[in-house]
Design a protein around this ligand. Structure first.
Ligand code: PBG
Length: 323
């Protein structure tokens, strides 16, 4: 029945009505907080381009994890930043490396906090690329060995989930085989399946000290113009044994998330990356937008597009607001 019988505004009149008919819900358990761990002690250094986020040594990191746990946040994803970087990314798969040490410390202090580890080499190589350089290029197959070895050391340290973010071909299969062989058949893989070569990673590279020293990542990360290719990447990763898929960045790629949601039944993650966070923070600090509303709206949109959970630097303030 058209107007005047049909009036959509009826259901928008009060907050209690709006709450009743709301289609998309946000809860703290939908969020994963990215954390950056450095070697040393007593370090808690704010990342200038990401207000409220810090590089932390393990002692501070453990305290942060206790707070994350008490806020009901779904978990954390850990990025290790070693002092020593070399051509072989040695610290990435060192069982006594900073990431592995941090996982052990968190798991002993806050055992029920879900810990995901990012599996990549760019924080560990002297050149900042995500793999082994052979003749000026990132060599795909040689890099797989490093990734598989790193994933196994993360699982041994107690990681609940490993998340490869390097975009090498075949990495999910290589990691699955290595985990199974090492006795970790039950460790899930969250694949950064559709990861784009994005300008929105800018602030992260300051946080993780992982900017490439030459060239860029367009030879392995995806072209922002491509959507069908994202589905192909996701099909391949599922075939190779990925348990969950991720789309990254999130906000500028909601169409990809929606296509993935319609096509796959596995859990879907989205990464609201550093640049998405920093843009909202910067505009809010200028008084141009309302921080709380922009934060919640951006997260709601990512869930509405189809994400089950969101990796976001807003995890703590959003959880506080929702709680
Ligand atoms: C690679 C990695 C990156 C991010 C997560 N994992 C950076 C890159 O590909 O250069 C970016 C996350 C963000 O911007 O918040 N290990």
């Amino acid at each position: 029945m058209p107007f005047p019988v049909d009036r959509p505004r009826r259901l928008r009149a009060t907050e209690s009505l709006r709450r009743l008919v709301r289609e998309t819900r946000l809860a703290p358990e939908n969020f994963i907080l990215p954390l950056f761990v450095v070697e040393g002690e007593g370090i808690r250094k704010e990342i200038s381009s990401m207000p409220g986020n810090h590089q932390m040594s393990v002692d501070h990191l453990v305290r942060e994890c206790e707070e994350v746990r008490s806020l009901g946040i779904g978990g954390i994803i850990l990025f290790g930043i070693p002092k020593h970087k070399d051509e072989q990314a040695s610290e990435a798969y060192n069982p006594a490396g900073i990431t592995q040490e941090a996982v052990r410390a968190i798991k002993s202090a806050v055992p029920d906090l879900l810990v995901i580890t990012d599996v990549c080499n760019c924080e560990y190589t002297s050149h900042g690329h995500c793999g082994k350089i052979v003749n000026g290029e990132v060599d795909n197959d040689a890099t797989l060995e490093w990734l598989a070895a790193a994933a196994v050391t993360h699982a041994q340290a107690g990681a609940d989930i490993v998340a490869p973010s390097d975009m090498m071909d075949g990495r999910v299969a290589a990691i699955r085989a290595a985990l199974d062989q090492a006795g970790f058949a039950h460790t899930p893989i969250l694949s950064y399946a559709a990861k784009y070569a994005s300008a929105f990673y800018g602030p992260f590279r300051e946080a993780a000290e992982s900017a490439p020293q030459f060239g860029d990542r367009r030879g392995y990360q995806m072209d922002p113009a491509n959507a069908r290719e994202a589905l192909r990447e996701m099909d391949l990763d599922l075939d190779e044994g990925a348990d969950m898929l991720m789309v990254k960045p999130a906000g500028p790629y909601l169409d990809i998330l929606r296509m993935a949601r319609d096509r796959y039944d596995v859990p879907l993650a989205a990464y609201q990356v550093s640049g998405e966070f920093s843009m909202i923070m910067a505009a809010a600090r200028n008084g141009w937008i309302d921080l709380d509303r922009a934060m919640i709206e951006s997260l709601t949109s990512i869930r509405r597009a189809g994400a089950d959970f969101i990796l976001t630097y807003f995890a703590k303030p959003a959880a506080k607001l929702l709680g």
